[in-house]
Design a protein around this ligand. Structure first.
Ligand SMILES: [Zn+2]
Ligand SMILES: [Zn+2]
Ligand SMILES: [Zn+2]
Length: 141
């Protein structure tokens, strides 16, 4: 039986252990199937790492953008200052929405977070609308 030495592992194997490689002198590749599979796996793993790294980068980019809007220090400070002022009785929270006069869960809406007590008292519906309007203004500017 014809034998061939694998250039990778150096083992002498039967020709069937080598992949068919047309155009070679013996129509077989220089590496045995085992070695070829190993390098395939490595290549695949490498590609997988590359793809994931790209995805990871994409994800962290989104995370950073997302945090920017959530982690607005003025907004956080204004909200807690207002909450404290209402709790201390410094500011009286009305029971009706200043826009639709609806009663219920009234929120203090800030037009400017640097003025924590300068708020508009709105129900959750009007508050949501106010923020959507604000967002539109900001993206349109
Ligand atoms: Zn081999
Ligand atoms: Zn608001
Ligand atoms: Zn309302």
């Amino acid at each position: 039986m014809k034998m061939k030495r694998c250039t990778k592992c150096g083992e002498e194997k039967i020709l069937d252990a080598f992949e068919v490689h047309k155009g070679r002198t013996d129509d077989r590749g220089s590496r045995c199937k085992v070695c070829r599979n190993k390098s395939y796996k490595r290549e695949y793993a490498w590609k997988y790492v590359e793809v994931n790294r790209e995805k990871e980068r994409e994800r962290s980019r989104i995370k950073v953008q997302g945090k920017k809007t959530v982690r607005d220090p003025f907004r956080q400070a204004a909200r807690s200052a207002l909450r404290n002022a209402v709790a201390a009785g410094v500011i009286v929270k009305p029971s009706t929405c200043s826009q639709c006069q609806d009663t219920g869960n009234i929120h203090g809406h800030h037009h400017d977070y640097s003025k924590p007590f300068d708020v508009e008292w709105l129900c959750s519906i009007c508050h949501g609308k106010a923020h959507r309007k604000q967002a539109l203004r900001e993206t349109g500017a």
